[in-house]
Design a protein around this ligand. Structure first.
Ligand code: AHR
Length: 637
């Protein structure tokens, strides 16, 4: 293939081309990115997820019961756990004093990682107690204690008191089957029992943020150089019913004031990973946020009538003011009071999520007729610089009103991902690719057959071709988000995710797709350059990064019928003889269904790097294997 790249033509590309969608699915929020180790920390429940003592177990025969006290910790957290001596046994300590040590333990989100590092904990107690609490981390198998600390009681029957502590284990636990316990001497209690609520334990977090993000998961995401971050959904934004949409106001401020959220993916959520936490993550990782605001339709298909929609429009405007309003504004001052006086960056606001889906044709009709136009008008008037994004695309039979943008989602087979390469060639309206991933095998049963359990090499190459297509059109494509981004290996609703994890960080796994997206995101162009040559089976995009001066080629070979590698002669107008470039080639296993296995640690992705020098005619000569993705860059990445 002879590719001659012109120094003219092409188009400017978006500076934030690659990122991800995060919503709480697959325990990717609570139990995942959100570093909280205690599962069911505040006995939060609803009609959908009844209040339960799940994950809490008594120590020494203590009687644990749920209480709805007349003086609860807060209106957001009305239920607490009462702990009484029950059938506890007494013992005599080294000073010959009789003690009745009782308590409870929690087994975490499918275990807890315990290492020699500083854990930070807290719990609220009500009830008179003269003595100390002991907080400890131990094996759920052998009972071995890895570390403990004592916390002097300040507890009284008059009010709820928060107790805080730090705990550094003396040794690493050999596995993640561990628990966190609190014990105390029942002999020191005034009135037979104590009430506990909001029992929390955090390991060190990403960038050291309080109430923050799990370090290894943040790092594995950061390493793929994401610059775009869409949240809080996905379906999570819409909520199960019109009364249970993701209300951002319930996700800010002290944890004791954050009520339960009826998670849409099969488990209740704490709202601990809230709007501020998402914004800090975007800021800390250098990602451009795309904040989705509730668009007046829930997953059960219920739609807000036009004459009631203003409430949600006002709410969205308040949310935007909270995020980027000055600290002197009503909602900006709330943000400032929470520790961020400077406005956060916000250029993109999406209205709803997949409104063409949950409500069927009728729900979609209401979106096109009044819901999106009303939000668009209100947000664009108040914030003319914000790009307001519709939750559907021009491919959903929607003539998106100006100045709106669209959102296109693709969960496909490798073949259908390949068809993306020219999909946007004739589109004029800007779009995000809000969710994208190869999830079904070619020739399979599509959605009826379920999803592939892990991203696989053939799928990842299909994704590479789709990303080439989006990058070729990067003047209209604001950016592409992989979705959903991570999943717990212990419980999930959606199998194919870029990263898999468990409580044990050793199982955190970069999938085949991670390697593809990382290579794209690590070599950003500032504009594309036009080139000559047909596409199939080598799909490619060429361009330049004006900031580094580098010329860049990205190419994927998909289903070549030739056994031999494809010889490529590539010349850029302006690149002289002797210019050096680095060529990175990703190849996979012979079996296109090969995947990176978290349990065996097998990584099927092979990365080779070679130096290529432009010939006397200024031509780079190299060859590319079938089912590969490559980047040639004349500068540093
Ligand atoms: O990413 C998983 C789900 O797929 C999202 O919640 C939804 O937007 C899409 O249908």
């Amino acid at each position: 293939v002879n590719i001659t790249v012109s120094s003219e033509g092409g188009n400017a590309t978006s500076p934030h081309q690659y990122g991800f969608l995060h919503e709480d699915i697959n325990y990717s929020g609570d139990g995942g990115l959100y570093a909280e180790l205690i599962n069911n920390r505040a006995f939060q429940g609803s009609a959908v997820y009844p209040v339960t003592l799940a994950h809490w177990y008594p120590i020494n025969g203590a009687a644990l019961s749920l209480q709805n006290l007349s003086e609860p910790l807060s209106t957001a957290l009305p239920i607490s756990m009462n702990v009484a001596a029950g059938k506890a046994n007494s013992s005599v300590d080294s000073c010959n004093q009789s003690k009745t040590i009782i308590g409870f333990y929690n087994d975490g989100y499918f275990g807890m990682d315990v290492k020699i590092k500083k854990y930070t904990g807290s719990f609220w107690v009500k009830g008179g107690y003269d003595g100390v609490f002991e907080a400890s981390l131990q094996s759920n198998i052998t009972g071995e204690v890895f570390g403990s600390t004592t916390v002097k009681s300040m507890s009284t029957s008059l009010e709820w008191i928060e107790h805080q502590f730090e705990l550094t284990p003396e040794k690493d636990a050999p596995n993640s089957n561990n628990t966190f316990a609190i014990t105390f001497d029942a002999g020191g209690i005034e009135d037979n029992s104590l009430d506990f609520n909001l029992i929390s334990l955090f390991p060190p977090t990403y960038k050291g943020r309080k109430n923050g993000i799990r370090v290894d998961l943040a790092e594995v995401l950061e390493e793929f150089h994401p610059t775009l971050f869409r949240f809080p959904g996905g379906n999570m934004l819409e909520g199960l019913t019109k009364n249970t949409w993701w209300d951002w106001k319930n996700t800010i401020g002290p944890l004791k004031d954050r009520p339960e959220f009826d998670g849409v993916w099969g488990y209740p959520q704490t709202n601990g990973l809230g709007l501020m936490e998402y914004l800090y993550l975007a800021e800390d990782m250098g990602m451009e946020p795309i904040v989705a605001v509730y668009g007046g339709m829930a997953l059960d298909g219920s739609v807000t009538p036009q004459d009631e929609l203003q409430y949600f429009i006002d709410d969205a405007l308040n949310e935007i003011e909270f995020i980027r309003g000055p600290a002197t504004s009503k909602w900006g001052s709330v943000r400032a009071s929470l520790g961020h006086s400077e406005p956060f960056k916000l250029q993109y606001v999406e209205v709803g999520n997949e409104d063409w889906l949950a409500g069927g044709a009728e729900g979609w009709a209401t979106y096109m007729k009044y819901r999106f136009p009303m939000f668009l008008e209100a947000i664009s008037t108040a914030y003319p610089d914000i790009e307001v994004i519709s939750s559907g695309s021009v491919f959903d039979n929607y003539t998106i009103p100006e100045p709106g943008a669209g959102d296109y989602h693709i969960y496909g087979t490798p073949d259908s991902m390949v068809e993306q390469y020219d999909l946007f060639d004739n589109v004029t309206i800007p779009h995000i690719i809000g969710e994208a991933a190869a999830v079904h095998p070619n020739g399979g049963t599509d959605w009826d057959g379920g999803l592939m359990e892990y991203p696989w090499w053939g799928g990842a190459i299909g994704e590479a071709v789709s990303l080439i297509g989006y990058e070729r059109n990067a003047n209209k494509i604001i950016g592409a988000c992989y979705a959903p981004i991570i999943r717990s290996l212990d419980s999930w609703a959606w199998a194919s995710t870029m990263v898999q994890f468990a409580a044990d960080p050793a199982l955190t796994t970069k999938s085949t797709s991670w390697y593809i997206w990382e290579l794209f995101a690590g070599h950003l162009m500032t504009h594309t350059l036009t080139s000559t040559a047909d596409f199939i089976p080598l799909y490619y995009v060429t361009g330049k990064n004006e900031d580094t001066g580098a010329y860049i080629f990205k190419g994927a070979v998909y289903n070549s019928t030739n056994e031999a590698d494809i010889p490529v002669s590539l010349s850029f107008d302006g690149v002289e003889a002797g210019t050096e470039a680095e060529l990175t080639i990703l190849t996979g296993p012979e079996n296109p269904y090969g995947y990176n296995d978290p349990f065996t640690g097998v990584n099927v992705v092979k990365t080779t790097k070679e130096k290529v020098v432009a010939s006397e005619d200024g031509v780079f000569e190299f060859s590319l294997p079938n089912m590969s993705f490559s980047v040639l860059n004349t500068g540093s990445s």
